[in-house]
Write a protein that binds this ligand. Structure first.
Ligand code: HEM
Length: 364
């Protein structure tokens, strides 16, 4: 009988970490992401550290989060686009993580902060689809150089928890190709909650069907909950966004349609900072329904890495340079935080058991 390595043993750790690490490294190398003169994943770690990331076992970005479990139900339209087992028609388990985008694990919830949703959908045969989506309409960067400069410009002031507008203005002024991304960010209407927000991949992916036909898509998880605008001032509870998500899940499931926007000729498929044609076809490939929330300190999604290049056959990466970069940096963040002693997350098991809002305004 074959024995799997003991839980927590170096062999088990290596078995879990090395294959994706190698994949990420190879992808970055193949994409020419890190030339000898360029920045490395370690440089990004330093940049996140300066922006408030803590060396206490937290993700170096999207550090504050909470987990949720549920189900994915594919549509026949999804099956027509991709030969992946994900779309074969089965009711599949989903592991999700809702988060705030900054590197600050103890950031109090507030209406201005960017939010995100990461998901893993798995088939019984072991096919594994990981997604990491944000609620921005476009990405304010197109390549490694932009990304490195962006994380410096966008870091939050520790006192105000807001970015320095002058630094953002300077970053944008030097990059005229990001004009539309900034305009759309400005006109973007933030929703009241995590429950009614829509989350986007921005990077594009290539689907392959049974006959080998390829289709390039961007993903969105579109909330079925109605839009309500974010209030101007935050509720004075540092976890109000997460607690309200828990309160809703205590009453009823919450669903997001997984929508593929299909690229047409002329859509920039390797640049997440540029818009696609408004008339592009949108196809719902399935629905994710979350039923239960967990603190990330009590769920396997806490330690997990949602590297968007971990994909099943039938879904592949595009030649967007940010995907190779993301893979190598996520794996570096994962390896770094896995070796640290983790301190408790801000959304605690107590918040999950009793999500009543309190006027404590707790935070970093
Ligand atoms: C289209 C662009 C991007 C999107 C949609 C995106 C989205 C996300 C999301 C949703 C997460 C949270 C995943 C989770 O809950 O575990 C995440 C984590 C992270 N992101 Fe990104 N991201 C993007 C670009 C980047 C770039 C360019 C970098 C840096 C080069 C970066 C660095 C990170 C890091 C370090 C983490 C934490 C990884 C971990 O420890 O698990 N992201 N991203």
């Amino acid at each position: 009988m074959a024995h799997s390595p003991r839980k927590g043993s170096p062999a088990r750790w290596a078995a879990v970490v090395l294959p994706p690490l190698c994949l990420g490294g190879l992808m970055a190398w193949a994409a020419g992401v890190f030339s000898p003169a360029a920045v490395s994943p370690s440089h990004f770690m330093q940049r996140f550290q300066k922006a408030g990331a803590l060396d206490r076992g937290f993700r170096r970005a999207h550090a504050k989060g909470m987990c949720a479990t549920g189900w994915f139900d594919p549509t026949p339209e999804g099956r027509a686009l991709s030969r992946s087992g994900i779309f074969r028609g089965e009711h599949l388990p989903v592991m999700g993580r809702f988060s705030l985008a900054p590197p600050l694990p103890y950031l109090p919830d507030n209406p201005a902060v960017a939010r995100s949703l990461a998901m893993q959908i798995r088939t019984p045969a072991g096919e594994d689809w990981r997604m990491a989506l944000v609620d921005a309409p476009l990405q304010a960067m197109r390549d490694v150089d932009d990304a490195y400069a962006f994380f410096k410009a966008a870091r939050l002031d520790p006192a105000t928890h807001k970015p320095d507008p002058a630094a953002i203005r300077a970053y944008a002024a030097q990059r005229p190709w990001l004009k539309t991304a900034f305009e759309q960010a400005k006109s973007h209407k933030q929703t009241s909650d995590l429950t009614n927000d829509t989350y986007n991949s921005l990077d594009s992916f290539i689907l392959t069907d049974e006959a080998g036909k390829k289709t390039t898509v961007r993903w969105s998880a579109v909330a079925r909950e109605p839009f309500r605008p974010a209030a101007d001032s935050s509720v004075n509870d540092g976890n109000y966004l997460f607690k309200r998500l828990v309160q809703t899940l205590d009453q009823r499931p919450l669903s997001w349609d997984i929508v593929a926007t299909i690229a047409r000729d002329g859509d920039p498929v390797n640049d997440p900072s540029q818009p696609w044609n408004d008339a592009d076809q949108k196809v719902t490939v399935g629905t994710v329904t979350f039923t239960k929330a967990y603190s990330e300190d009590e769920s396997p999604c806490g330690p997990m890495v949602f590297d968007p290049t971990i994909l099943p056959d039938g879904i592949g990466v595009s030649d967007d340079p940010l995907l190779g970069l993301r893979s190598s940096v996520y794996m570096k963040s994962y390896a770094t935080r896995s070796a640290e002693h983790k301190t408790p997350s801000m959304v605690t098991p107590g918040d999950i058991n009793n999500p009543t809002l309190t006027p404590d305004g707790k935070g970093q």
